[in-house]
Design a protein around this ligand. Sequence first.
Ligand code: UDP
Length: 329
Amino acid sequence: MSKVVVTGGAGFIGSHLVERLVADGHDVVTIDNLAVGRRSNLRAVERNGHFSFHALDLNDPSAAALFAGAHTVFHLAALADIVPSIERPESYFRANVDGTFAVVECARRSGVRRIVYAGSSSCYGIPDFYPTPETAEIRPQYPYALTKYLGECIALHWGKVYGIPSVSLRFFNVFGPRARTSGTYGAVFGVFLAQKLAGKPFTVVGDGTQTRDFTYVSDIVDGIVAAADSDVKDEAINLGSGGTYSINELVGLLNGPVQYIPKRPGEPDSTFADVTKAKRLLNWEAKVSFAEGVRSMLEHIDDWRDAPVWDAESIHKATEAWFRHLSTA
Ligand code: UDP
């Protein structure tokens, strides 16, 4: 049992990680500025004596004291989504780059023993190979992808220079209960589940044959814990499901009518992780099948009751900056 810090602990993946770490008997200090995260995501651990919550921005100097005596820092706090990162790049740099710098500095000054960084498969952009290994060229297509990659560079650099064992895990299309339900247009599951509840058609991009490496959140949490418990350092490691699934397959499992909307520039036709490195270094592989994961989302569909219901027209407006700024290269 040890003290650990989880940044972004009120977010989708962060809240699942916090639950797991508390269940494993750690003292979990959770920091989140609630820009994206929600207190309600932490309901299950709220009263647990091994859990504490601090509504604080990582760039706030008073966050430093919270790292004292921590063994491991799990740095998940970040702004997500493509469109707002194109419209407001400065907020993404402050949150994802400066925020990571603040965390690694706090970790260094507090003598933290290990950093686990939540990386993103978006660093691969449109890759040349599937499944995509960690050695693939880095090709961020928009500021979100760039800032998450810069955060990874910072986390791994601090690991090397200051001797704090550091690992970045590049998550592929994570889904599961509590996947963000409000705010900006993004992640397909939230969009489709809200449309299903409203009896509206699924807005399928392109012809729906594009595929994504949809990875269930409990598998991602297992991978994060495996990385924390390992002695692996200085590495970026893909965490993916081991498969890749088309949007048409997703529509088939969710079952409902479809409306087709235009393909976006800069979107890969596929995301598909080569997970050989995770197997070798972390002895990790995903366990939850795509069908099981989708079934569990349908069991939790009420979570999307208050989510915005997007349609072709509102998506057209919301993605205007995307079409304007990204090339079709
Ligand atoms: N997608 C879709 N309809 C939507 C939103 C997304 O068909 O309303 C598709 C999108 O084209 C992509 C996949 O769902 O192929 C996953 O999109 P998401 O934004 O969740 O992840 P990313 O594209 O960043 O991998």
